[in-house]
Write a protein that binds this ligand. Structure first.
Ligand code: HEC
Ligand code: HEC
Ligand code: HEC
Ligand code: HEC
Length: 190
């Protein structure tokens, strides 16, 4: 049975539910970095609060950082074929990302350690593209200045050189498409 009144009721209830579930503001931050359903984040700073806090942020870290910094011992990539060393420990944004993606640090927002799976980068950084490394430019077979990838102000490659943790338009929060390895060739003259 589906009377006219019944249909109106169903439509009204549907609308009410949609309104209740809709976020109050739209954000570019979508995908798994939207941890706003996580119970640990208070309502006043949901969404951004998994990573940034307006006050009492972690001392010594940039961008009013909220997530506990990883205390893990990392194996760094080490000198490349061309002899470029990596920093002794992950620096810049790399240590920020690894504070959730190391697979050992509890993610404050969820109260859990990131489970097994490709999202866990782990503590052996020899199995990942070098980070916390100087961008040597043309002398190292790289383009002078990449156009999509983002170097740090001190001219290094970090996790956020290839990824933007806020924008998941491309897969894997990449700064640009990597179809046909386009992102690789944004830096590499190959
Ligand atoms: C999953 C963690 C995470 C979440 C959630 C997050 N951020 Fe960030 N944010 C970062 C990291 C890591 C950086 C450093 C990235 C870089 O250097 O490009 C950053 C950098 C920034 C910066 C400075 C660099 C820039 O891009 O201008 C601003 C501003 C910022 N975030 C605002 C926000 C706001 C506002 C929200 C909520 C809508 C948010 N972030 C949510 C991780 C996060
Ligand atoms: C506050 C914790 C936190 C921080 C900080 C963080 N992430 Fe994540 N990230 C997550 C979680 C949780 C997931 C989902 C993991 C899963 O699905 O098992 C995720 C997933 C991802 C994914 C997979 C995206 C997809 O669409 O499947 C990428 C790529 C990623 N993160 C990169 C980064 C990078 C790069 C940084 C630093 C610039 C960063 N993350 C910082 C918590 C974090
Ligand atoms: C030189 C570019 C580059 C750098 C630097 C980089 N990544 Fe990635 N990352 C990629 C690309 C490209 C992919 C997509 C791989 C694919 O789809 O096969 C990816 C995928 C990922 C994923 C998703 C894994 C998966 O297979 O779903 C995570 C998580 C991630 N990166 C985290 C990080 C973290 C953390 C750092 C810093 C320690 C980092 N990335 C540094 C290029 C980079
Ligand atoms: C943001 C710029 C940037 C992007 C994007 C980038 N790379 Fe690199 N890559 C570098 C730098 C810097 C080095 C270190 C060069 C040196 O030896 O001085 C490097 C080194 C390498 C090396 C050599 C490692 C060694 O031990 O000598 C390989 C292989 C490599 N990249 C592959 C890739 C691939 C594949 C991609 C795409 C998934 C990629 N790169 C994307 C900047 C980048």
């Amino acid at each position: 049975m589906c009377s006219k009144l019944g249909r109106i009721l169903i439509v009204t209830m549907g609308l009410a539910m949609a309104l209740a579930l809709a976020p109050t503001t739209a954000s570019a931050l979508t995908g798994p970095h939207d941890l706003s359903l996580a119970v640990a984040i208070g309502p006043s700073n949901k969404l951004c609060g998994a990573c940034h806090t307006p006050h009492n942020a972690i001392a010594g870290q940039p961008i009013i950082w909220a997530q506990t910094i990883s205390g893990a011992t990392f194996t760094m990539y080490g000198p490349t074929v061309q002899g470029t060393p990596t920093d002794a420990t992950p620096t810049g944004t790399s240590i920020l990302c690894l504070s959730c993606h190391d697979g050992v640090t509890t993610i404050l927002a969820t109260g859990a350690v990131m489970g097994a799976g490709p999202e866990v980068i782990g503590v052996d950084l020899k199995t990942s593209h070098p980070v916390s490394i100087d961008y040597g430019g043309v002398a190292k077979g790289l383009v002078a200045v990449p156009s999509v990838a983002k170097l740090t102000t001190d001219n290094k490659v970090q996790c956020a050189s290839c990824h933007d943790p806020h924008v998941n338009t491309e897969s894997a929060y990449l700064r640009g498409t990597n179809v046909n390895s386009q992102l690789c060739q944004d830096c590499h003259n190959k």
